[in-house]
Design a protein around this ligand. Sequence first.
Ligand code: UAG
Ligand code: ATP
Length: 526
Amino acid sequence: MTVTFRDFRPQNIAPVSLARLVAGFTPEIDASWEEIPVRGVSMASDEILAGEAFIAVGGANVHAAKFAGEVESLGAVAVITDAKGAQIATSQGVKIPVVTVPDPREAASPLAIRAFDNPAGKMKTVAVTGTNGKTTTCFAAKFTFEAAGLATMILSTAETQVGDLRIQSSRTTFEGPMLQRILAYGVEQGMQAAVVEVSAHALALARIAGMKFDATAFTNLQHDHLDYFHTMENYLAAKARLCSKEFTDYSVICVDDKWGQQLAANCDTQNLTVSAYDPAAQADWVVTRKVNNIAHAACDFTLTGKTEPNVGREEKITVALPGEVNVQDAAIAYLLVTGIGIPAEAVKAGLATLAVPGRLEIVSRRNEGTPLVINDYAHTPEALASILRTMQEFTPGKLHLVFGTDGDRDATKRVPLAKVAAQEADILWVTDENPRTENAQSIRAQLLSGIKEERPEMENVCEVTTCRRDAIRKAILAAHSDDTVMITGKGAEPYQEIEGVFHAFNDTPVARDCLAAYKNRAHIQG
Ligand SMILES: CC(=O)N[C@H]1[C@@H](OP(=O)(O)OP(=O)(O)OC[C@H]2O[C@@H](n3ccc(=O)[nH]c3=O)[C@H](O)[C@@H]2O)O[C@H](CO)[C@@H](O)[C@@H]1O[C@H](C)C(=O)N[C@@H](C)C(=O)N[C@H](CCC(=O)O)C(=O)O
Ligand SMILES: Nc1ncnc2c1ncn2[C@@H]1O[C@H](COP(=O)(O)OP(=O)(O)OP(=O)(O)O)[C@@H](O)[C@H]1O
């Protein structure tokens, strides 16, 4: 069954009168409209359901009021828009009420909270922001809630998941109406906790306006999205709001970079600071001991309290992911979730089983008699270098890398990506990612030319010309049990795009199938 976002819809939304929905957003509405029942709101004409109100914002491409006639024919009961939108809507002769508000984008999330009856208020909720580590920290929080027995939903870049229903997300943070609708669906499905990944764009564009979380966290700030925010200061200011009283009363701030330190110094919530990289840092908690658990591809670490009432308190924690960035994310998640009353033992149990789709996702651990096999979506030279260096520490044998790169996307990264691969991995399996409309062999040739700059003899380089599945199979079957096979580039993507066709394909199940062959072979030989 193909899951779409349309499936994440609550079935039993109690209607709100139009008057109550827009109260406070507009001075007065026509008396004959007041009692019109509204069952939900939507910002997109292709998502609207009969009975909903359409919130029409002016965007970079189009003013949504242009779709007023269309949504009316689909059963929308009102259009909520700005003055310009009202003109556009009425000029189409729509018969449904057109309600004017000063800023429909700002109003969208609060209106959705009202229309969907404040679903977040019925669950425990946490939200995470930061340039890197949001998804991992969100999953860490989810695993800890679940270990404490709470049915937990997640809205993250990697996946939107409510119970058995899961789908790869199209966005980091949805527009307010979609976000509230999915939360309302979660409540209907018996979810007791929700974890929400929040991008800086979402904060700047009011996608979570009006929400109040039980706890929020900030991971770090790195150079990104300056096309939108222009300066790092603006970028921090957008993210910092998540850790302010506007959205929460309790937050956890990682102070391993100067941006976190700046945020903590100005934070108006009750907050805990944490450093994973500097035991001498001025922070409420610091990571004092990190040990790679090579057999389990995990990290053991100690979180030590430095301020009252926790001075000298030590929490011994295992996070089931390799690499110190994951220690940072796990430490943040630990404080985030214990801070709102989840018992420490449950939190530790959750972190000890943490797995994130397509992010250092462990397909097979070395202690299962197979090589360590990992699926990760690193697709930039920097990310690939970082992840391969991490995995060197966890690899007593050879590090195999199965990789390719996207077609119809930034071709300038191909040679640098290939050079990193040649520098940091031992055995390279060059294959296809999403060739799209480009010639796959020409993309591989560009990668091979980058590799050749580092390895003129091309030793331990294998071009797999058939398909990605073959490359994964060949690498796994060639690996010894003390080797690591890294499959990078696609992460949790459920398809491979070739010539405009999206072929169902996900690296993790493909690798699992190949591992079954590996085990069979070992069994026959043994
Ligand atoms: C800067 C930004 O966030 N732009 C978003 C914004 O664009 P816009 O308002 O200018 O949209 P528009 O196309 O002019 O349409 C205006 C309105 O008409 C509606 N419409 C449009 C067409 C139609 O047929 N019917 C219809 O109803 C749209 O739903 C929209 O409400 O509203 C559009 C519809 O909701 C979004 O698709 C678009 O997100 C773009 C694609 C996007 O992804 N933006 C990125 C920058 C973003 O938000 N990324 C962050 C992650 C960042 C990170 O990596 O950390 C994220 O949270 O995903
Ligand atoms: N705390 C961290 N600091 C720096 N890098 C990190 C951290 N946690 C994870 N990473 C790395 O950053 C990349 C993205 O991780 P993750 O998906 O958790 O973050 P994100 O903020 O959700 O990013 P995205 O929105 O791009 O998915 C991965 O390559 C991961 O190894």
